[in-house]
Design a protein around this ligand. Structure first.
Ligand code: ZN
Length: 98
């Protein structure tokens, strides 16, 4: 029946709150998360959704680090390698690595 879930399975699920009743008790069924209180179905958020928001934050980090490369050429290499850690395909940063 799949009613008993391992602790590992429960802890890796993201905490969420039911938009309709504020409940926090959900059951996962076939890719949907069902509120145990009001039975609202939520499609389980794909992993790439939070990744998108963090990509935006990373773009800000990259911009900041590129600015540091310009402002502080003595340490540009260090900043450049930080940028490459975030975005290995960043071409703008390559000139600071030479
Ligand atoms: Zn609910």
């Amino acid at each position: 029946m799949g009613e008993k879930r391992g602790l590992e399975e429960i802890t890796k699920m993201k905490p969420m709150i039911c938009e309709r009743c504020g409940g926090v008790d959900f059951k996962d069924v076939d890719g949907y998360r069902i509120c145990q209180y009001c039975n609202t179905n939520y499609r389980i958020t794909p992993e790439d959704l939070p990744a998108k928001t963090s990509t935006i934050a990373l773009q800000d980090d990259i911009r900041l680090l590129l600015q540091k490369c310009k402002d502080d050429p003595a340490n540009a290499r260090r900043y450049a390698s930080l940028i490459l850690d975030i975005d290995p395909s960043n071409s703008e940063v390559k000139k600071y690595l030479k």
